[in-house]
Design a protein around this ligand. Sequence first.
Ligand code: DNO
Length: 351
Amino acid sequence: MKKLNMTFRWYGENDPVSLEYISQIPAMTGIVSAVYDVPVGKEWSDESIAKIKNAANANNLAFEVVESVPVHEDIKLGKSSRDEYIEVYRRNIKKLANAGVKCICYNFMPVFDWLRSDLAHKNADGSTSLIYRDAQVLDMDPNTKELSLPGWDESYTKEGLRALLDEYKSVDEEKLWENMKYFLNGVIPTCEECGVNMAIHPDDPPWGIFGLPRVITNAKNLERFVHLVDSPCNGLTFCTGSLGVSKENDIVDMVRHFTEMGRLHFLHVRNILITGDRDFNETSHKSECGSLDIYEIMKAAYEAGFNGYVRPDHGRMIWGEQGRPGYGLYDRALGAAYINGIWEAIDKAHK
Ligand code: DNO
C-alpha cells in the first residue's frame, strides 16, 4: 500500500493524552509536537528537543514534524530587531534538523492564532465542538473592550495587547507580504541546507479580524506565497478546516494543485459545517457531518502523489472526555482511523 504518514499532535508531558495511547491508534507513525516552555523568539535547547524525540521513539513513534516554531511579532511587524529573531529561528531549524525533524509548521498571523467564539458548544448528541460566530467575535474587539475570547494568547497583558495592536496600524496586507518575504529569504536557505520543509499554516479563520491583516486565506494568495521564495522547502500546512470555511475556496482543487506542485508538506484534516456567512461549527471528520468532502480531499492528495505528513485536526469532545479543546484523544483517533480507511480504499481501487 502507498504509505500514509499519519501523525498526531501531542502537547508534551502535560498533555492529558499519553504517548502510549497515541501509539495504540492503528497505523499511527509519529507525533507532531514542540518545545513549549521557551518564550517566542528564544532558542530551544538540544536537551528539550531530544526529550521529545526520545519519549516518542520509546513509544515507537517518530518525531519528524514540529508544530509550531512560532514567529516573533517583530518579524511580522518588520522591526529592526527582526534580524536577531530570524537568526534564532535559523538556529532552531538547524537543531531540529539534527534531531531528525523534517517539517516545521508555523503561521504568520498577526497577534492572534486561531480564533473561536465558543470552545465547548453543546451539540444535540451531547458532544461539544469549537464554533465561530462572526458577530460575537466582532463584538469583542480588544481595541475597544476588555474582554478576551477563547484561543487568545493569555500571555499578553491588556496594555501589552493594545500596544501591539497599535503597532500593527502601520502594517497592511502588502506590508505583511513584504515582511513574510523577508523572513522566508532569511530561513529558507537554511532549510535547504539541512533538508527541512517549512510549512505555513493558513489563517484561521481566513479573513482579517479587528483590523489586523491576514493573507494566507485563499488559492490566489497561497499561489503568491509559494512563489515569494521559489524553493521546494517553502511550502504549506494545508488545513482543510481553516481554508474550508470560506466558500470561495475549492479545497479539493487546491489540495490537488499544491500537492502536484510539491509544496503540500503537511495536511491537517478537519471538517467544518458552514452555518452562515462567516459562521461555522467544527464537526466530526466524516464527510456527511460537515461541509467538506474528506473522501475527495484524500483522493486528490493520493492522485497528486502526496507524500507529506497528515494529521487528524480538531475533534469534538465525546464520551465525556475532558481535555484541551479540539485536541482530545477519542474524536481525533476516530478521525485518524477514518482517514486511514479512506486511503486504503483509494489505494486498493487504484490497483
Ligand atoms: C490550531 C492549530 C494552530 C496551528 C498554528 C500553526 O489548532 O492548527 O494553532 O498549530 O497556527 O502555527
